[in-house]
Design a protein around this ligand. Structure first.
Ligand code: AGP
Length: 612
């Protein structure tokens, strides 16, 4: 996600901004920029690292005691100098930095273009600053009022700081859905996405609330109003955490921070792409190729590791909901086995990093044979994203932990939306079932949040099995790929050997492994296959295996026979992976921590495997 820093006071703003951007680098970004106010606005912004911005700015005027800065994680528009923040209004008067996604930026942009606004970038952020300019111009409003009025018409998530060059002793900030912290110094103020750039200057902070607008000025005064223009008296808090922990949002490891981000990141993956109220699902990336995708004779899905597991879930989703034949391939195998590919095939590449060499190579092979390429990628402008004909970004922000968690659930969310849209288009889902599914899908973030409440219980179970040498994960139907994913999570961060299997496969060999030292994690949330999974559990128990069952709330039968039970909320069967994977992520995390493993950087592993 993007990083924001801003300052107004009596010190040199440049050093504070640059140091603040460096403090925010851990959040992951692809470009950086600053705007300084010293009689006029000077804006410097560059694709790449903060150091490249410093190298560029040092030959320019960097004076000024007010300014804003930004590290950008691209969501709309590829990483380059033009799309980097800060963005400036058409009249050059305002400049703004933004973290979040403006969902209704397209209609706002069209209306502004009709009024003569010209845009330089592809970003939703530039639209926002032009919109504030337009609102300000209409009634000659002070900047804080123009910001407030404009935000009443904006849909989406934002944390913004705005500088008005004609009102240079003031900074205005606002937030909804993206964090923003105000640091209060002696006749000076700081704004940042979190406390890390602020803590060395002041520990007095205000955590701005959703739909609140803060106006601060050089004289040391500040005011906070709600979006409805009511004055709000904020609570002034004390920054406690040391910087290192702040970078992890207060968690010990990025992986845990990212596990806990999932209610938000799943919501972000759906943002602007689904409306249960209005009864639609729409992936913008698929619009231009919808006919070809919905009429595909076959969809081939390529991926590696966790992304391959997401692909397996997509196979169940697409065949179950859209009745389209799907083949899921390890990219590393597909690229070398001389596969049959035709121009009637649609090939979906799933990749968090967008740089996995095997996936890229497999995609090139598909392109050479005329297939339509679609990307489900997190990193905007990455190699795989640029190779595909179309795609949908999963918008989960940078994933720092090597073990993929929030990217996996965001990938599955996107693939679920795709299956729903294709099923709707092909008429393979009844109107009633479609409405039930999209209504339930919008409930998933809240249910994931409830799953996280089981953390302490899962930590206890982890303590009971942390010294095991092997583990088995079993699942059926939609939960078979989840069993594979749970096994991968455990082995890659705790170094315990773990295997995932379709539960019914036990009798074809793996059951020989079961004894009193083997924990068997059974994902048993399937209503449709419940009696079969019960017999699988009994087979394991009969051989003294330790059974940890992930069940649907209220499943008393399995509760009675399993050694440990983790409950997930009731949901539609196609959505169970989004819930059943959460306890498996937490289980592997706690076991790895208890075994003293380096959770974020496990041995022998890289976050992105960019070589064969
Ligand atoms: C998953 O936890 C691993 N980090 C690994 O399997 C990963 O999913 C795989 O390397 C694919 O990476 P990608 O999604 O960036 O292509």
């Amino acid at each position: 996600m993007c990083g924001i820093i801003a300052y107004i006071g009596h010190k040199d703003a440049y050093n504070i901004l640059i140091k603040g951007l460096q403090r925010l680098e851990y959040r992951g970004y692809d470009s950086a920029g600053i705007a300084l106010m010293n009689g006029s606005l000077n804006v410097y912004k560059k694709k790449g690292k903060v150091q490249e911005l410093v190298d560029f700015a040092k030959n320019h005027n960097v004076s000024g005691t007010a300014g804003i800065g930004h590290t950008r994680w691209a969501t709309h528009g590829k990483p380059d100098d033009i799309n980097a923040h800060p963005h400036t209004s058409g009249n050059g008067r305002l400049t703004l930095v933004h973290n979040g996604i403006i969902e209704n930026y397209a209609p706002i942009k069209q209306a502004l273009e009709k009024k003569g606004h010209v845009f330089k970038s592809q970003t939703d952020t530039e639209v926002l600053v032009h919109f504030i300019e337009e609102v300000q111009k209409q009634d000659n409003l002070p900047i804080e009022e123009a910001v407030r009025v404009a935000l009443t018409q904006v849909v989406g998530a934002y944390a913004i700081v705005v500088l008005d060059s004609q009102d240079p002793d003031k900074l205005v900030a606002a937030r909804k859905g993206s964090p923003l912290v105000i640091g209060i110094g002696e006749d000076e103020f700081f704004f940042a996405s979190d406390g890390t750039p602020i803590v060395e200057y002041t520990k007095k902070v205000i955590y701005l609330d959703d739909e609140h607008i803060a106006t601060v000025n050089r004289s040391g005064e500040y005011e906070i109003r709600t979006i409805d223009n009511e004055v709000h008296t904020p609570f002034v808090d004390e920054l406690h955490m040391e910087i290192e922990r702040m970078e992890k949002g207060g968690y010990d490891y990025f992986m845990m921070k990212e596990i806990y981000e999932q209610p938000t990141t799943i919501m972000d993956a759906m943002r602007g792409r689904i409306s249960a109220e209005d009864g639609w699902v729409r992936l913008g990336g698929m619009e231009k190729h919808l006919e070809q995708v919905k009429n595909a004779s076959r969809i081939i899905i390529l991926g590696c590791g966790t992304s391959w597991h997401a692909g397996l879930i997509a196979e169940y989703l697409f065949e179950d909901l859209a009745r389209i034949a799907v083949e899921v391939e390890y990219a590393s195998e597909f690229r070398y086995r001389n596969p049959v590919i035709t121009d009637k095939d649609v090939v979906i590449a799933i990749s968090q990093s967008g740089e996995t060499a095997d996936t890229y190579a497999a995609l090139e092979l598909a392109k050479k044979n005329g297939a339509l390429l679609y990307g489900i990628v997190n990193v905007v402008g990455s190699s795989i994203a640029r190779l595909t004909d179309a795609g949908s970004y999963i918008h989960c922000g940078p994933e720092i932990g090597v073990a993929s968690t929030k990217a996996f659930t965001a990938q599955v969310t996107l693939l679920t939306l795709m299956a729903l849209q294709l099923g709707r288009e092909r008429g393979t889902i009844s109107d009633e079932y479609f409405q039930a599914l999209i209504t339930e899908l919008e409930n998933i973030p809240e249910k994931v949040k409830r799953m996280l409440d089981a953390n302490d219980k899962i930590k206890y179970i982890a303590s009971e099995i942390k010294d095991s040498h092997n583990a088995m994960y079993l699942g059926r139907g939609y939960n078979f790929p989840v069993a594979l994913e749970g096994a991968l999570k455990l082995k890659e961060i705790s170094y315990i050997h773990a295997e995932g299997y379709p539960a019914a496969e036990m009798k074809h060999g793996p059951i020989a492994l079961i004894d009193e030292n083997m924990p068997v994690i059974v994902i048993a949330t399937n209503k449709s296959l419940n009696d079969k999974i019960v017999s699988n559990i009994q087979e394991v128990k009969a051989r003294k295996g330790i059974v940890i069952a992930v069940i649907t709330e209220g499943d008393h039968e399995i509760n009675r026979i399993a050694d440990y039970v983790i409950e997930i909320p009731e949901t539609e069967e196609p959505f169970t992976p989004l819930l059943s994977v959460i306890p498996l992520q937490l289980l592997s995390y706690h076991i790895a921590v208890m075994r003293g493993c380096n959770v974020d950087q496990p041995r022998n592993l890289a976050k992105s495997v960019t070589v064969e």
